[in-house]
Design a protein around this ligand. Structure first.
Ligand SMILES: Nc1ncnc2c1ncn2[C@@H]1O[C@H](COP(=O)(O)OP(=O)(O)O)[C@@H](O)[C@H]1O
Ligand SMILES: [Mg+2]
Length: 144
């Protein structure tokens, strides 16, 4: 089994990537949609990530070979829970980092149905800490 944690700003292409690969993914937007009937509801953040971890654990317990986790995952702190779960279930945890310039994300964001506020995007770009092997990832793939 393996866990693949996506890391990237809104508009960096995470959801498009998993869709193109056709791989199973747990997406924070999808969980927001399930819980709050609104994929943009940011008021239930902690609950959304608890549910995502719960779903991932269930998949690991029934032995699903791979699970992608689709959310921005900007900081080591946000990524650490998946590394803990990987340790607990004895499976490697990989990261896919979408190294896409803020300007490109901004442009793609503008063309989207569900637009993230520009200030939020900027704030997130400042917060972004690219994933490192030191965090415990077995492999890091960079998508530029
Ligand atoms: N490699 C790419 N090249 C050009 N446009 C892309 C690429 N990947 C995604 N997009 C477009 O950018 C927008 C945001 O992509 P999306 O996958 O939803 O990003 P994220 O899930 O990271 O927020 C979409 O309109 C998508 O069609
Ligand atoms: Mg997405």
């Amino acid at each position: 089994m393996r866990i693949v944690v996506l890391v990237g700003l809104p508009g960096s292409g995470k959801s498009t990537y998993v869709e193109k690969l056709g791989v199973p993914a747990i997406s924070s937007d999808a969980v927001r949609g399930l819980l709050a009937d609104d994929p943009t509801d940011q008021s239930i953040h902690a609950r959304v990530f608890r549910v995502m971890r719960y779903l991932l654990r269930q998949r690991l317990e029934i032995g699903r070979p791979v699970t992608y986790v689709d959310a921005t995952h900007l900081t080591p702190r946000e990524r650490a829970p998946y590394l803990r779960l990987g340790h607990l279930y004895g499976c490697p945890v990989e990261a896919v980092y979408f190294d896409v310039p803020l300007e490109v994300c901004r442009e793609r964001n503008r063309g989207r149905l569900r637009v993230v506020p520009e200030e939020a995007l900027e704030r997130m770009a400042h917060k972004m800490k690219p994933p490192t092997l030191k965090e415990g990832f077995s492999r890091i793939t960079v998508i530029a």
